[in-house]
Ligand binder design. Structure first.
Ligand code: IFM
Length: 466
C-alpha cells in the first residue's frame, strides 16, 4: 500500500495542492439563525415532495456550530486547502442592501481558523443558494440579479480579500440553469426552456462582471469559475450516435466553455435550441470572456450517448456500453474519462491553469463494529482517478490542485441524506464525525507527497487506472 502511494505521490509536482470541498447549504444548517435570510434551497426543501424522504438542509452537518471541530479534523488529515462556499443570504438576507454583520463574522472566523491551521481557503461565491428575495424578483432569468451578485461579491471580497487568494465566482452554472429552471429537480424547480437559457446567460454575465471586483479587492487574486464537465462518448461509430453525443456535449460542456473562452455560444446549439436569445445584449460576450486565472473542473463520470434515431436492425457498428462499475449515484466509474477531459481542455481551450475542484464518489458506507468505515471502493475510485490526473500532468496539462468531494457526508440536494460522498462519515442523528478509511488514505498520500521530490521524476510509466 505504502509503495503504491509513494508511486502515486511522486507523479505530482511538489507544489501541487491537495484539498477537499463542501458547499454552504449542504453542510451548514442554521438555516434561519444569526440573521440569515431564506434561500431558494430553504424554500425548495421545505416544499413537500421535492426532496427524497422530506429531508432538508435545516441542520445538515451543523457545520455552522461545529466549524472549529471540522477545521481541527482537516488539520489532522493534513489538508492543504479547503474549498467551501459562502451563503449569499447569510451576508445579504434580502439579496441586496442591508448587510448582516453576523454572517460576515462567521466566514471571517472560519477563514482565520483555516489560516491558523495552515489550510488555504478556496472560496466559491455561489453554490446554488440564491436569496429567495431575489428569486421572488425573477431569479437568474432576471438580468438585475447580475448586479446583485456584483454587490454581494464586493462585500465579501472587501472583507476577506486580504486573507483569501482563490475565488471562484460560480459552481456549475449548468446545474443552476438546467436543473433549476428546465428539469425542475433543483431549486427553484421551474421547467421553462427560455428561463433556462436566460438564467445560464446571466450566471455567466455575473461571473464576468464580478471578476474586476475580485481583482480590485484581493491581493494577488486567483479568480475563476467552476464547471461540471462530463465527457460524452458516442455509443457507436454511427453518424447518428456521434451527432447525439455532440449535442449533449453542446448542452453540458461547450455551452459554458465556449463563451468563457471568447467563442460565443456554439452555433450548432443556438440552432438546436431555436429560441430568441434577446437576453444577450451588446458587449455581454466580451464581459463573459474576460480572462480567468483558472478553471475549476468538477468531474465524476462519463456519459455514453445513443441516438434515438439508431435502429438496431440497420446493421450499424456495435454499441459500446458502459463498463460494470457504478457508484451509489448510478454513475459509471471511468477514470480514462478524466484523462480525456483534461487533454481536451488543454488542446481545445486555453485556460492558464486547471484545478479539479470536485471529484469523488458516493457509496453506501457502513460503520463497522470497530467504529471504522472501511470504504475500499472509494479509495479505489480516488486512486484510479488520481492516476488518470497524473497521466494528464505528464502529458503537459497545467493541473495545479485536486479537491475531493466531499470533506463530510452531506445533503445531496434532491437525494437528501441518502448519498454519502464524504471522506468523513457523519451520523445524521448524533452529528458525530468519523474519518473513513479513505480520509486516512488521503492523509497518507498528502504526507508522502510532502516527503518525495517529484519534478522531473514522474515515476510510473504504466498508468494505475488501466
Ligand atoms: O454534491 C454535489 C455538489 O454540490 C456539486 N457537484 C456535484 C456533487 C455531487 O452530486
Amino acid at each position: 500500500m505504502t509503495d503504491e502511494l509513494t508511486q502515486l505521490a511522486r507523479r505530482f509536482p511538489t507544489d501541487f495542492i491537495w484539498g477537499s470541498a463542501t458547499a454552504s447549504y449542504q453542510i451548514e444548517g442554521a438555516w434561519n439563525e444569526d440573521g440569515k435570510g431564506e434561500s431558494i434551497w430553504d424554500r425548495f426543501a421545505h416544499t413537500p415532495g421535492k426532496i427524497l424522504n422530506g429531508d432538508t438542509g435545516d441542520t445538515a452537518c451543523d457545520h455552522f456550530h461545529r466549524w472549529r471541530e471540522d477545521v481541527a479534523l482537516m488539520r489532522e488529515l493534513g489538508l492543504q486547502a479547503y474549498r467551501f462556499s459562502i451563503s449569499w443570504p447569510r451576508i445579504l438576507p434580502q439579496g441586496r442592501g442591508q448587510v448582516n454583520r453576523a454572517g460576515l463574522d462567521f466566514y471571517e472566523r472560519l477563514v482565520d481558523a483555516l489560516l491558523e491551521a495552515g489550510i488555504m481557503p478556496f472560496v466559491t461565491l455561489y453554490h446554488w443558494d440564491l436569496p429567495q428575495a431575489l428569486q421572488d424578483a425573477g431569479g437568474w432569468p432576471n438580468r438585475d440579479t447580475t448586479e446583485a451578485f456584483v454587490e454581494y461579491t464586493g462585500h465579501v471580497t472587501r472583507l476577506l480579500g486580504d486573507r483569501v487568494r482563490f475565488w471562484a465566482t460560480f459552481n456549475e452554472p449548468f446545474c443552476s440553469a438546467w436543473l433549476g429552471y428546465w428539469e425542475g429537480v433543483h431549486a427553484p424547480g421551474h421547467q421553462d426552456l427560455d428561463e433556462m437559457l436566460a438564467a445560464g446567460h446571466h450566471l455567466l454575465l455575473a461571473h464576468g462582471l464580478a471578476l474586476p471586483v475580485i481583482r480590485e479587492n484581493v491581493k494577488q487574486a486567483q479568480a475563476g469559475i467552476v464547471l461540471n464537465l462530463t465527457p460524452q462518448y458516442p455509443a457507436s461509430e454511427s453518424e447518428a450516435d456521434r451527432l447525439a453525443a455532440r449535442e449533449r456535449d453542446g448542452q453540458i460542456n461547450r455551452w459554458y466553455l465556449d463563451p468563457l473562452s471568447g467563442r460565443g455560444y456554439p452555433q450548432d446549439m443556438v440552432s438546436a435550441y431555436a429560441r430568441p436569445m434577446d437576453f444577450v445584449h451588446a458587449g455581454d460576450m466580451e464581459i463573459i470572456a474576460r480572462p480567468v486565472d483558472f478553471l475549476g473542473i468538477n468531474h465524476y463520470t462519463r456519459a455514453v450517448v445513443r441516438s434515438q434515431a439508431v435502429d438496431e436492425s440497420q446493421n450499424l457498428p456495435a454499441a459500446v456500453f458502459p463498463g460494470p462499475e457504478y457508484t451509489d449515484m448510478g454513475w459509471e466509474v471511468y477514470p480514462p474519462g478524466l484523462y480525456d477531459l483534461l487533454i481536451r481542455l488543454q488542446r481545445e481551450y486555453d485556460f492558464p491553469s486547471l484545478y479539479i475542484t470536485e471529484n469523488g464518489a458516493a457509496f453506501a458506507d457502513v460503520v463497522s463494529a470497530d467504529g471504522s468505515v472501511h470504504d475500499m471502493q472509494r479509495i479505489d475510485y480516488l486512486r484510479r482517478y488520481l492516476a488518470a490526473a497524473a497521466d494528464a500532468l505528464q502529458a503537459g496539462v497545467p493541473l495545479r490542485g485536486y479537491f475531493v468531494w466531499s470533506f463530510l457526508d452531506n445533503f445531496e440536494w434532491a437525494f437528501g441524506y441518502s448519498k454519502r460522498f464524504g471522506i468523513v462519515h457523519v451520523d445524521f442523528e448524533t452529528l458525530v464525525r468519523r474519518p473513513k478509511d479513505s480520509a486516512l488514505w488521503y492523509r497518507d498520500l498528502i504526507r508522502i507527497h510532502q516527503t518525495v521530490q517529484s519534478p522531473g521524476d514522474q515515476g510510473l510509466t504504466s498508468p494505475l487506472w488501466r
